[in-house]
Design a protein around this ligand. Structure first.
Ligand code: GN1
Ligand code: MG
Length: 355
């Protein structure tokens, strides 16, 4: 660990620092020190080229939330001894520090519908509490991040100029993904609909981005780097993408991928508990679409990166991004096959809430 960074936050160079968490983009450590426990993060400078935008967004959102909802937990970045919330470590990029919230726990895999419910309630609550805040005043920290037509164009480009051997190996998957282009068309249609609102969206709603207390209740959401103006389908979609299956996007045994219906219901109930009065009828009708939107986009992003020689996600073994893309495409296929039943669940939950 960079001693200059530690000293910028007033830690001795021999403080205990251990790797923490499992994100693909940023690096995270747990620091145990005499003045308490902290989470240190190094922002990926290839991906987040404007860390100042992230810091400004978090500041604005934090100000609004703590002013309007004084009781809530909002982990604010700790200032370095010079007063800055981001420490510039030159070629190593930027670091920031968060206090470790006492007795909070994070989970990596959703094991019960109750966990899915709590997480969905937290992410729904985040957007709901910020409904009165002007989403457009936030920077786009990653321009085009969840722009599905753009991701599809990147995929098509990679088919033209990606690694020929990998294109060859992926033909079946590529054909399947091309055949799902209707999901891009659907996105283009709903996005231009005035019933589809630009909101403060988290854009990375995996379960490890929720802090839980020891009783299993959600405390708050974390990892606000990708908080920016967006659509609710990004948040709901990424929950569906990452909570429904008992195995993660890294699973190679595709026969283990499943759609767990009780988890779907829990996500609908948890999210709508917070957002039912906010979502327009048009948005509520797109709840099921949200899952296919994110599964498809993630499959496209993984296969595109595979064809581009793993420049974005990296890989720990040959073909890892191919495995991830196959995994997400399988999830999408199983999900689409269940859409009618999923629609019924949404209707059922909505009916019970309005009864
Ligand atoms: C990245 O680094 P992590 O795991 O929080 C990615 C997400 C993907 C995810 C897939 C900035 O998130 O969009 O869904 O990997 N974040 C960025 O695991 O690209
Ligand atoms: Mg993240």
């Amino acid at each position: 660990m960079n001693a200059r960074v530690l000293s910028a936050y007033g830690f001795p160079s021999d403080v205990s620092v251990t790797p923490h968490g499992s994100g693909l983009i940023n690096r995270t450590w747990l620091i145990r020190s005499a003045k308490g426990d902290y989470i240190l993060q190094q922002l990926n400078r290839q991906v987040f080229v404007r860390p100042d935008f992230i810091a400004e967004n978090i500041e604005l959102v934090g100000q609004y939330l703590t002013e309007h909802y004084p009781g809530i937990v909002f982990p604010r970045p700790v200032r370095a001894t010079g007063g800055e919330t981001l420490v510039d470590a030159g070629s190593e990029g930027h670091y920031r520090l968060y206090p470790f919230i006492d007795s909070s726990v994070t989970i990596d895999v959703v094991h019960t519908p109750a966990e899915a419910f709590e997480a969905a309630r937290q992410f729904g609550g985040f957007t709901r509490m910020l409904a009165g805040f002007d989403a457009k005043s936030l920077h786009e920290t990653l321009p085009g991040f969840h722009d599905l037509p753009l991701r599809y164009r990147d995929f098509r480009d990679a088919l033209g100029n990606g690694r020929p051997d990998r294109i060859q190996r992926s033909v079946q998957l590529i054909d399947y993904l091309k055949a799902q282009h209707h999901l891009v068309t659907e996105y283009a249609n709903i996005r231009t609909n005035p019933g589809f609102k630009l909101r403060v969206t988290h854009h990375d709603t995996k379960i490890s981005n929720v802090l839980f207390d020891r009783q299993g209740k959600g405390i708050c959401v974390i990892d606000l780097d990708t908080v920016m103006p967006g659509y609710f389908i990004s948040d709901v979609g990424d929950m569906l993408r990452t909570y429904l299956s008992p195995v993660s996007e890294e699973e190679k045994d595709l026969s283990l991928i499943r759609i767990r219906m009780p988890y779907f219901r829990a996500i609908v109930e948890g999210y709508l508990e917070e957002m039912s009065n906010e979502l327009t009828p048009m948005e509520t009708r797109s709840f099921v679409y949200a899952g296919s939107f994110m599964m498809y986009m993630q499959a496209l992003r993984f296969i595109t990166d595979y064809l581009r020689n793993d420049v974005y996600y990296g890989s720990k073994y040959e073909d890892q991004n191919f495995v991830r893309a196959m995994n997400q495409a399988t999830l999408l296929r199983l999900y689409l096959a269940k859409s009618a039943r999923l629609q019924n669940i949404v209707r059922d939950v909505v009916a019970k809430m309005t009864a």
